[in-house]
Design a protein around this ligand. Structure first.
Ligand SMILES: Cc1cc2nc3c(=O)[nH]c(=O)nc-3n(C[C@H](O)[C@H](O)[C@H](O)COP(=O)(O)OP(=O)(O)OC[C@H]3O[C@@H](n4cnc5c(N)ncnc54)[C@H](O)[C@@H]3O)c2cc1C
Ligand code: FES
Length: 288
C-alpha cells in the first residue's frame, strides 16, 4: 500500500496559498460580546467579526487565540455556529486547558479570531431529505448548514445525540427553523435510550430510496459508525472531521487524516485545508 503526504505549500504568508480559499480569510482582533453556559460544560461565545460573518459558509471554522497571557501559543479551532449581521457565535465544549480558559473569559475581554477556514458542506444535489447527525458538540458544525438548507426550502431532519439530558445541545435552535429533531441519550434521560446512530438506521429504512444525504459531525467512533451505516444503505454522506490542529493553515501537517485514493493507496490529507468536510466513503476508517 502506498501512503503519501500532502506537499507543504506555505509561502511565507497565509494569503499566498495556491488556491483562493484563504483570499477571504481574516485575522481579527475583537472582543467577547457574551460567553454563556448553555448546557453542562458547554458555552456559546458571541463576538463581532464582520468580515468573517460576511464570508462564512456552512461547515467552516475559525481558529481562536484564546489568551496571550497564559502562554497558550496554539490557537483552538471552532466551527462557526451562527452568523447574525456582523456577529458570529461558537458553541464549544470544555475539553482541556484552552476551552476551560475560554469559558472563564468575560464580556469585553479581547480575543483574536482567524477565519473563515476550510471547505464547506455541499447540498447542490437537493437532498430529500437532508439528515443532520450531531454527536455532542459536533452538532455545532451543522447549524450553519441547517440554516442554509432551510433557506433553500430543503426538508431537513436533525438527529442529536448527547451523553445525558443536561448535555443536550441545539434542539431549540433547530426547531426554531422548522427542523424535526430526534434525540438520543446514552443514559436514556431524554429521547431514545442509546446511540443517535440507532435512530439513523431506523430513519434510513424508510427514507433511503427517496434520495437523502446525511451530514454528520461528532466523536470519531460515531462518525465511523455513521459511515458504515450509510454505506450499507448507499446514501451519500458528508462528514466534518475535528482532528487536533496546529497551524490550521496547511503547514504543520498536524491535522492529517487518511483518505483512500484507490484500493492500494492512502493519502494523508489536511483537515484544515482539504477538509474539514469529507465524503464518508473517502476516509480510510480502518487506518489511524
Ligand atoms: C475544524 C474543527 C472544528 C471544531 N469545532 C468545534 C466546535 O464547534 N465546538 C467544540 O466544542 N469543539 C470543536 N472542535 C474541537 C475543539 O477544537 C477542541 O475540543 C479544542 O481545541 C480542545 O482544546 P483544549 O485546549 O480545551 O484541549 P487540549 O488541552 O488541547 O486537549 C485536552 C485533551 O483533549 C484531547 N483533544 C483535544 N482536541 C481534540 C480533538 N479535536 N479531537 C480529539 N481529542 C482532542 C487532547 O488529546 C487532550 O487529551 C473543533 C475541532 C476542529 C478541528
Ligand atoms: S496543517 Fe497545520 S493544522 Fe492542518
Amino acid at each position: 500500500m502506498f501512503i503519501t503526504l500532502p506537499h507543504p505549500i506555505f509561502r511565507g504568508n497565509i494569503y499566498a496559498m495556491p488556491n483562493d480559499r484563504l483570499s477571504s480569510t481574516y485575522d481579527l482582533h475583537t472582543v467577547i460580546l457574551s460567553n454563556e453556559a448553555v448546557a453542562e460544560a458547554h458555552y456559546l461565545l458571541r463576538c463581532e467579526c464582520p468580515e468573517i460573518a460576511q464570508h462564512a459558509r456552512p461547515g467552516q471554522f475559525v481558529h481562536v487565540m484564546v489568551s496571550h497571557d497564559t502562554g497558550m501559543l496554539l490557537r483552538r479551532p471552532f466551527t462557526i455556529y451562527t452568523v447574525d449581521g456582523r456577529e458570529i457565535t461558537m458553541l464549544y465544549q470544555i475539553i482541556g486547558e484552552g476551552t476551560q480558559r475560554l469559558s472563564e473569559m468575560l464580556e469585553g475581554e479581547p480575543i483574536q479570531v482567524l477565519g473563515p477556514l476550510g471547505n464547506t458542506f455541499d447540498f447542490t444535489t437537493r437532498p430529500e431529505p437532508a439528515i443532520l447527525v450531531g454527536g455532542g458538540a459536533g452538532i455545532a458544525s451543522l447549524m450553519l448548514l441547517a440554516v442554509a438548507l432551510r433557506k433553500n426550502d430543503i426538508h431537513t431532519l436533525g438527529l442529536v445525540g448527547a451523553q445525558h439530558h443536561d448535555r443536550l445541545l441545539s434542539v431549540k435552535d433547530l426547531e426554531a427553523i422548522d427542523i424535526e429533531v430526534h434525540v438520543a441519550t446514552d443514559d436514556g434521560s431524554i429521547g431514545h435510550h442509546g446511540y443517535v446512530t440507532d435512530i439513523l438506521t431506523d430513519l434510513l429504512e424508510n427514507t433511503a430510496s427517496q434520495g437523502p444525504t446525511v451530514y454528520a459531525c461528532g466523536p470519531h467512533a460515531m462518525l465511523s459508525a455513521v459511515a458504515e451505516i450509510t454505506a450499507d444503505f448507499e446514501v451519500p454522506t458528508q462528514i466534518a472531521m475535528e482532528n487536533r490542529m496546529g497551524c490550521a493553515m496547511g503547514v504543520c501537517l498536524g491535522c492529517v487524516c487518511p483518505v483512500r485514493i484507490d484500493t492500494n493507496t492512502i493519502e494523508y490529507q489536511r483537515v484544515c485545508t482539504e477538509g474539514p468536510v469529507f465524503n464518508a466513503t473517502d476516509i480510510a476508517w480502518d487506518v489511524s
